[in-house]
Design a binder for this molecule. Structure first.
Ligand code: AVJ
Length: 312
């Protein structure tokens, strides 16, 4: 049985129901996420882009750290808009490296392999389509050079905070002493600003969540009526958890794969995604607890977003 079907059925047969946010990113999902990033309210990408455009030299200098040659691996590269500034700078500084973008979206990886070497002359790109740790292993098989891993955009926010240490320890176990990691964290701030970013007025975030139901319809032969679900986002300033749900607007049933029946009560929710927010202290503690040494903080001018460099 395919893994997507397996994990969808597991989530929808659970109590309470959930779906995994890694499945947001099919072709339509990639496009909707792009629209979210371009929206008025969604600030994380803009803040991190500011760091990558105004502190490029300092970032490149710290990450190169005297490695003669290295592999630059990006987990969840997406369209690589932010990282391409760093890539460009590393090329200018004549760094000797290969770029390995890892992404769950097949079309994104193919796109990067095609356009990046055209955009950045002399850049070597080897794309890897799949899940983070499987692809990290693959990269280690391809090359035994020192590794610099980029994990930007607060992608780590999708890991619940009580699992973040385990996640970072697993990341650490795929790396060797002296390797570097650049982690992007969205920081705690005014709750209204955070909530608005996950509840944009034009409804891109709603469409992004509903698109996963559409994807399940298409790929798993299901019959979700997406007009019978609404999007609900909430932010808890106490825990820093920003969570998204889809709410069933009536009692309804959905058939999946022409076999499994899923029953929804009116107002029942599907938990869709967590986007955890951190304090700077929490990120340092997370690094140390997971076997890394935090060595440098890069903040945007509003101090809304942190790119932090960890050494193994
Ligand atoms: C790609 C995981 C960083 O959690 O902020 C944006 C995804 N979800 N709006 C985030 C997302 C809803 C995003 N990450």
């Amino acid at each position: 049985m395919n893994k997507f079907l397996e994990e969808v059925l597991e989530g929808l047969h659970s109590e309470p129901k959930y779906l995994l946010s890694k499945y947001f990113y099919d072709k339509a999902g990639d496009k909707l996420f792009q629209q979210i990033m371009d929206s008025e309210e969604y600030y994380p990408t803009k803040c991190e882009l500011e760091i990558f455009t105004t502190q490029t030299h300092e970032l490149a200098k710290t990450l190169k750290n005297g490695f003669d040659t290295f592999d630059l691996i990006e987990l969840g590269a997406g369209d690589a808009t932010k990282s391409s500034h760093l890539l460009q700078q590393l090329i200018i500084e004549k760094a000797n490296f290969t770029y390995y973008p890892i992404d769950i979206s097949k079309s994104m990886v193919a796109h990067l392999e095609e356009i990046l070497p055209q955009k950045i002359e002399g850049l070597q790109v080897t794309g890897l389509n799949g899940e983070y740790f499987q692809m990290l292993e693959k990269a280690a098989q391809i090359s035994s050079k020192m590794k610099v891993v980029l994990f930007l955009g607060s992608n780590i926010g999708n890991v619940p905070i009580n699992e973040a240490e385990k996640f970072c320890k697993t990341l650490r176990s795929h790396l060797k002493k002296g390797d570097y990691v650049l982690m992007g964290f969205d920081l705690k701030k005014n709750p209204q600003i955070i909530l608005a970013a996950y509840n944009d007025a034009k409804g891109y975030t709603k469409a992004f969540n509903l698109n996963l139901l559409k994807r399940i319809n298409k790929e798993l032969n299901a019959d979700f009526d997406v007009t019978c679900f609404d999007h609900y986002a909430m932010y808890d300033p106490e825990t820093g958890a920003c969570k998204s749900y889809l709410i069933s607007l009536k009692d309804q049933k959905v058939k999946i794969n022409n076999a499994d029946m899923i029953y929804f009560k009116e107002n029942e929710f599907i938990f869709m995604e967590i986007s955890q927010k951190y304090s700077i202290n929490q990120t340092d503690e997370l690094a140390i607890a997971s076997g890394f040494k935090p060595i440098k903080h890069f903040l945007d001018s509003k101090s809304w977003f942190l790119d932090t460099i960890w050494e193994c």
